[in-house]
Design a binder for this molecule. Structure first.
Ligand SMILES: Cc1cc2nc3c(=O)[nH]c(=O)nc-3n(C[C@H](O)[C@H](O)[C@H](O)COP(=O)(O)O)c2cc1C
Length: 326
């Protein structure tokens, strides 16, 4: 258990207002939007500006942007500021080809001067506190500078000098994508560097209350950011903090149902769209893990297209497996 700060990580197509609000209710100390493309914001593309939708109930909330040109990023930050987020976060960590391959996200780990230029441009463009999120380095060969200093320690100091207020570090390189285990020792080295004054947020593979506690104790980070472990489990923050959380399968399924309803609403009351959008949560939820002879029911749940079907299957799950899990 921990009483330290726990944040919901930014996740594309996952951290929409519906999910953020639930995580906030169950104890997330800060939530992030999914990354928002700077160029699309500047061009005023409706599907992108919609991603700036935030609600007072979810505060503090960070809106994350990504891009590869300082000017466009500064313009995007000014647009984002009009949505009044508590933080504007810059993505320097996305590893996927269509982003990093074009010199944005983690692609900037290969061009630190440009990364710093973007950071300064964004910081100077807005009054809102600017934060950043990055990875340990480009690949395993670039984890250390020639003098032996970890790349990420040096980078953290430079970003700090550009005026960011906090730095989140995912303990993987770009090459690792999401494979292998997150390396927290280098995150700890950043935190322990006497020149670093800004809060350091650790991220990567924190899935249980025990691991959260261990990461705070061992690495001394100021906050932990949690991503994938929240899928179908927005109450994870409460479990980590020892706050009231749903206990029984009945209670947990009730929260998942509430999430589907909120997702449908977020998808413009398009029932099918909201359900498809929720499938990632059904597929990964710990509520449906380890149930005996669950395969067919799981397939049905992941194929259902109407709310009536989804709710009926969920009720059936509680009736059939709930007693062993209450
Ligand atoms: C589906 C998915 C979407 C993601 N989208 C973003 C994003 O938009 N911005 C970002 O900074 N990181 C993004 N990430 C990375 C997460 O924020 C986080 O750094 C990563 O999942 C490691 O944390 P975890 O082990 O707790 O999941 C995404 C990760 C996943 C799995």
């Amino acid at each position: 258990m921990t009483n330290h700060q726990l944040y919901l990580a930014p996740m594309e197509d996952v951290t929409d207002p519906a999910f953020r609000m639930l995580c906030k209710r169950y104890g997330a100390d800060r939530v992030y939007t999914e990354f928002v493309n700077a160029d699309a914001l500047v061009r005023d593309i409706a599907s992108t500006t919609r991603k700036l939708t935030i609600h007072d109930e979810e505060r503090p909330v960070a809106i994350q942007i990504y891009g590869r040109e300082p000017e466009a990023m500064a313009d995007a930050a000014r647009i984002v500021e009009q949505a009044h987020p508590d933080f504007i976060d810059i993505n320097f960590g996305c590893p996927v080809k269509k982003v990093a391959g074009k010199g944005a996200g983690a692609g900037l780990l290969k061009d630190v001067p440009k990364m710093l230029e973007i950071t300064r441009a964004v910081v100077n463009a807005v009054h809102t506190p600017v934060t950043a999120k990055t990875r340990l380095g480009w690949d395993e060969n670039s984890l250390y500078l020639p003098d032996g200093t970890p790349f990420i320690v040096d980078l953290a100091e430079r970003l700090q000098d550009c005026g960011i207020q906090e730095l989140a570090i995912h303990g993987r390189t770009r090459s690792q994508m999401y494979r292998g285990e997150a390396d927290w020792t280098l995150i700890g080295e950043v935190k322990n560097c006497p020149r670093i004054r800004i809060p350091i947020i650790g991220n990567g593979d924190v899935t249980t209350p025990e691991r959260a506690k261990e990461c705070f104790e061992r690495y001394g980070v100021d906050a932990i950011m949690i991503g994938r472990a929240t899928f179908g489990c927005p109450w994870l923050f409460a479990e980590m903090k020892g706050l009231p959380a749903p206990q029984t399968m009945t209670e947990k399924v009730a929260v998942l149902k509430e999430h589907v309803l909120a997702a449908i609403e977020w998808c413009g009351s398009d029932e099918r769209k909201g359900i498809v959008h929720s499938r990632r949560h059904f597929a990964a939820s710990p509520v449906f893990k380890g149930l005996a002879d669950f395969k067919q029911t799981r397939i049905a749940l992941l194929r259902a297209e109407t709310l009536a079907e989804v709710f009926a299957i969920m009720d059936e799950i509680v009736a059939k497996w709930g007693a062993n899990n209450e």
